[in-house]
Design a protein around this ligand. Structure first.
Ligand SMILES: NC(=O)c1ccc[n+]([C@@H]2O[C@H](COP(=O)([O-])OP(=O)(O)OC[C@H]3O[C@@H](n4cnc5c(N)ncnc54)[C@H](OP(=O)(O)O)[C@@H]3O)[C@@H](O)[C@H]2O)c1
Length: 327
């Protein structure tokens, strides 16, 4: 057992519920490895675990889904990794907000030399999400126009960069002119400031009245209706998050009336269902990082001890791109 500092939730609630304190980390068991973290990714998903929207396995519990670092020790049966290997992970269960953690080796991804630890922690979870959204849930094509809600957000910016590279035009929603400029610089040719403009009207205008083949929506409750209205006949709404609240129960018959629409609510775990699939998707992401297509701007680095402030900023829409917690 080793003692490390970590951020735990004792009681579900606001950012003030995050407690920076010492916890014990055990030795890695069979199929596990212990990882000393050097950079931890901040994700909106962490907020959902803190508030209880996503269930924590127990309380108190360390939260956090993503980190990069170095393997310190491996358990029996681990052959793919050795102590000293640089790795990152987008975990299946929370536990990354800590100086070190024991992880199933099957969730670890070896980092190539051209990706430093901060870039890995800023990019892996959001980048794998962007990858499966545009190359799995729906395969975007050259010459198509797509809509991305929260285009200046963590996942949103990566979709913009990757889509531009594929020759896909991106229309994206953002709350402020600053976020519009950032989205534009990252490949969103038509940012719509939804606090000032009518999103559906602008999308109809940009698509010659027809609507778009696909919408990516990680905001949910406050945007799903707009997302559906921006689709063309037989278009697909890919929902994947709820930064703006939960989508209420929905009458499926409406999909018929709106043009025989398709809807999915996608989750990363189902697109990384085994190590082979995870490695394939990661290899595609790393290739896009190597050729400079995916380059995640680090909005801010917070000390791990300041995780509450990081949550308040992310929830308060004061962030763009990715932020890190440094242990
Ligand atoms: N299913 C999956 O596989 C998967 C994977 C990763 C993330 N997610 C989910 O995707 C969502 C986005 O994650 P992210 O880390 O990329 O976050 P993010 O986009 O960096 O942050 C959320 C953004 O949503 C917008 N927003 C709209 N209404 C909001 C509200 N009421 N409160 C806060 N933000 C609001 C804000 O952008 P504007 O200021 O421009 O409105 C904000 O910056 C989260 O729900 C996350 O859990 C799902």
């Amino acid at each position: 057992m080793t003692k490390v500092y970590a951020v735990r939730v004792h009681q579900l609630g606001g950012p003030e519920q995050l407690r920076y304190e010492q916890v014990e980390v055990g030795e890695p068991g069979r199929g596990e490895a212990s990882v000393r973290h050097t950079a931890i990714g901040l994700n909106f998903t962490d907020i959902h675990f803190r508030t209880g929207r996503y269930p924590l396995p127990s309380l108190p519990h360390v939260i956090g889904m993503e980190a990069a670092g170095v393997i310190e020790a491996i358990g029996d049966g681990v052959t793919a990794f050795r102590p000293g290997d640089r790795v990152a992970y987008a975990a299946a269960t929370p536990g990354a907000y800590a100086q070190a953690a024991v992880m199933p080796a099957s969730r670890l991804i070896k980092l190539p030399d051209f990706i430093d630890d901060e870039a890995a922690a800023a990019t892996l979870l959001k980048g794998l999400t962007a990858q499966y959204l545009i190359r799995g849930a729906y395969t975007i094509k050259q010459g198509e126009t797509i809509l991305v809600q929260a285009a200046a957000g963590g996942v949103g910016l990566i979709i913009c960069q990757w889509a531009r590279h594929l020759g896909t035009r991106v229309v994206g929603t953002v709350s402020t002119p600053e976020k519009a400029a950032l989205a534009k610089a990252n490949g969103c040719s038509d940012p719509i400031i939804y606090t000032r403009e009518d999103v559906v009207a602008r999308v109809r205008e940009l698509s010659g009245g027809a609507g778009l083949p696909v919408v990516y929506d990680g905001v949910g409750g406050s945007t799903y209706e707009t997302s559906l209205q921006c689709l063309k006949r037989r278009g697909l709404a890919v929902f994947y998050g709820s930064a703006g609240g939960i989508i209420p129960p929905f009458d499926l018959w409406r999909l018929n009336r709106m043009g025989s629409l398709y809807v999915t609510y996608a989750g990363l775990a189902d697109y990384l269902h085994d190590h082979v699939e995870m490695d394939e998707r990661a290899a595609e992401l790393f290739a896009m990082m190597r050729n400079g297509v995916v380059k995640v701007p680090i909005h801010k680095r917070y000390r791990l001890a300041d995780a509450s402030q990081a949550h308040a900023d992310l929830e308060g829409r004061r962030t763009s791109g990715a932020s890190l917690l440094i242990p």
